[in-house]
Design a protein around this ligand. Structure first.
Ligand SMILES: [Fe+2]
Length: 261
């Protein structure tokens, strides 16, 4: 038997067989899988200036949810009207801009549909202005467009909104900063405490390359999941273009969500 000799601290010689050293060699040559690329943004991303002050500076403390947080009713399920999911029918007239249909599915990490979950959206109007007192963008308001909608997924996890394509708008993050056109999405799960928030973008938008919020997502594949797909099957002829935006709540293919602060 081959043997390797070595000295102990007391000077005695011990033997280690070649067999065991081969085991060690085999063990050291094992290739461990690399950590999976992150799909979710970090709280602190310096290029996204607001994260410099609002990212936690100390380790987070886990606060267990209360029973009512986990089992209480999710707000708003009972009072959803048809006009809630058609943002072009919430006022006396039609809003200005390009009418679009946004539809998709909400799925869990195994690709199973998430049924009867509440989706809320909010967005700027076609000129890039929010109907909100804090929006000072020098663009016109549209009295026929508020920019808020909500709906429930059906039993197959499907949802559908009719709205107006939002315009880009300037923000103060850096000189000449403009947000790409986007729609904010909020998803309520089975409880209020499980709310997730993300943004949907449009394909081919040149502002994506300059948007630090989009770039704060560290993985290219994950970033791409936030860009909707133009879809002729969703498009309604002579009436509205259609975009598909599927949302995956968890797992390797999860949609990037904004950090809960
Ligand atoms: Fe926005």
């Amino acid at each position: 038997m081959n043997a390797i000799a070595r000295k102990t601290r007391k000077g005695r010689t011990t033997k280690k067989t070649a067999e065991s050293s081969q085991k060690i060699a085999r063990r050291s040559s094992v290739s461990y899988p690399r950590p999976k690329p992150k799909t979710q943004p970090d709280s602190f991303y310096p290029a996204y200036v607001a994260t410099r002050t609002r990212a936690p500076s100390k380790p987070l403390i886990v606060l267990p949810h209360t029973l009512s947080e986990l089992t209480g009713p999710v707000f708003g399920h009972e009072s959803i009207a048809e006009s809630d999911r058609d943002l072009t029918r919430q006022h006396a007239g039609e809003p200005l801009g390009e009418r679009i249909i946004v539809s998709g599915r909400v799925l869990d990490s195994n690709g199973r549909p998430v049924a009867h979950t509440l989706i809320e959206i909010w967005q700027a109007n076609a000129a890039g202005r929010y109907a909100h007192q804090n929006d000072a963008h020098a663009a016109p308001l549209d009295l026929n467009f508020t920019g808020g909608g909500r709906t429930l997924t059906d039993s197959g996890g499907n949802y559908r909104f009719i709205t107006i394509k939002p315009g880009a708008y300037p923000w103060k993050n850096h000189p000449n900063a403009w947000r790409p056109a986007h729609i904010h999405f909020s998803l309520f799960g089975t409880a209020f405490a499980t709310r997730l928030v993300t943004q949907m973008y449009f394909p081919g938008d040149p502002l994506m390359a300059h948007d630090p919020i989009w770039h704060s997502i560290p993985n290219e594949l994950a970033r791409q999941r936030l860009i909707s797909n133009f879809d002729l099957a969703t498009t309604r002829p002579d009436w509205a273009l259609g975009f598909r935006f599927d949302i995956i709540l968890r797992g390797r293919d999860a949609t990037p969500f904004e950090r809960q602060r």
